[in-house]
Design a protein around this ligand. Structure first.
Ligand code: CO
Ligand code: CO
Ligand code: CO
Length: 317
């Protein structure tokens, strides 16, 4: 986005400067519009499941901002020669997730392309005072994470034929799960700092949260939830190119304690598709957030803390 003009306006609450999940435009005193778009190539063979995951991922950016998704538009690319039934299954998966989210599909646009792609532009609403951003974390806040890491490593292993989709049902189920309930808890508890974990991996998104809030993040690596199969694969250096690129970007930004092994660093930087929410929770509200997440049936872990300073310190615990 460098080289583009900077857009600013009194009603533009969140633009592109802070690398937030979505843009936010204030409509009235108590209504703000949230807009985001996400699309990508399939990471699983099952077309319906791919549609579900792509939609859950696109909706997640509205949830990460503390919003409620209202409407969505499909963005799709599909090879001319390919089976139209497959394409239909992708769109059906996406539509099912929108229905689950209570959002309406208004239409979309499809082009021909050699490699299939699918995703959505999603529009949501939130109260302007309840927007959750990368700049909203405070010193002392505890970091909560709601989905295990390792999705990029595991889908790379599927593509390499090292694992089958059948062996990864719980992982794929988690990727297709909406961040709806976790988002509702953030809003109910008045959380101000947070994001979702996607292409930059936990460390990349945590860095944006720390930088946006003018703070340092302390990450407790042993407490970070990880899909068990991903650990073995990371030890064997099975990881997507994005994990290595993320680690390279984080050089000088993330400081690793010597006990943090190479494969752990890879997992912490592994790009996630439709990852969980990362929330910065004020200490005095941690108990309330834990109780509400448990009631809502959302798995979570407390994985670190925001402190004064800058960058990320990755400690064992
Ligand atoms: Co996001
Ligand atoms: Co996104
Ligand atoms: Co058109």
């Amino acid at each position: 986005m460098s080289g583009l003009p900077r857009f600013s306006h009194p009603r533009l609450l969140v633009g592109s400067d802070t690398h937030d999940d979505a843009g936010v435009y204030q409509l009235t005193d108590d209504m703000a519009l949230i807009q985001t778009v996400d699309f990508f190539t399939p990471m699983v063979d099952d077309p319906y499941l791919f549609g579900c995951i792509a939609a859950a991922n696109a909706l997640s950016d509205v949830y990460a901002m503390g919003g409620t998704p209202l409407t969505a538009l499909n963005l799709a690319a599909f090879p001319a020669c390919a089976d139209k039934g497959l394409f239909g299954r992708i769109l059906q998966g996406g539509a099912a997730k929108l229905t689950e989210a209570g959002a309406l599909l208004l239409g979309g646009h499809t082009i021909e392309d050699a490699e299939p792609k699918y995703g959505l532009a999603v529009t949501g609403l939130a109260h302007p005072d309840q927007i959750i951003t990368n700049s909203g974390a405070c010193e002392g806040d505890l970091l909560f994470l709601t989905k295990p890491l390792g999705v990029g490593i595991l889908t790379t292993a599927i593509k390499a034929g090292l694992l089958t989709e059948e062996q990864l049902q719980p992982v794929l189920h988690s990727m297709a799960a909406l961040n709806h309930s976790a988002s509702a808890v953030m809003v109910e508890c008045g959380i101000k700092g947070g994001t979702d974990i996607t292409g930059f991996g936990l460390l990349g998104h945590l860095h944006e949260l720390a930088e946006g809030s003018g703070l340092r993040a302390e990450l407790w690596a042993e407490l970070v939830p990880i899909w068990p199969q991903a650990v073995e694969l990371a030890i064997q250096d099975v990881a997507p190119g994005g994990a290595y690129r993320n680690l390279k970007y984080l050089r000088g930004k993330a400081r690793f304690a010597p006990q943090i092994a190479e494969h752990q660093r890879l997992i912490l930087a592994d790009p996630q598709t439709s990852g969980g929410l990362l929330m910065a929770v004020p200490k005095e509200r941690a108990g309330m957030v834990e109780g509400k997440l448990e009631t809502a049936g959302v798995d979570y872990a407390i994985i670190g803390k925001m402190r004064a300073g800058s960058g990320i310190d990755v400690l064992p615990s």
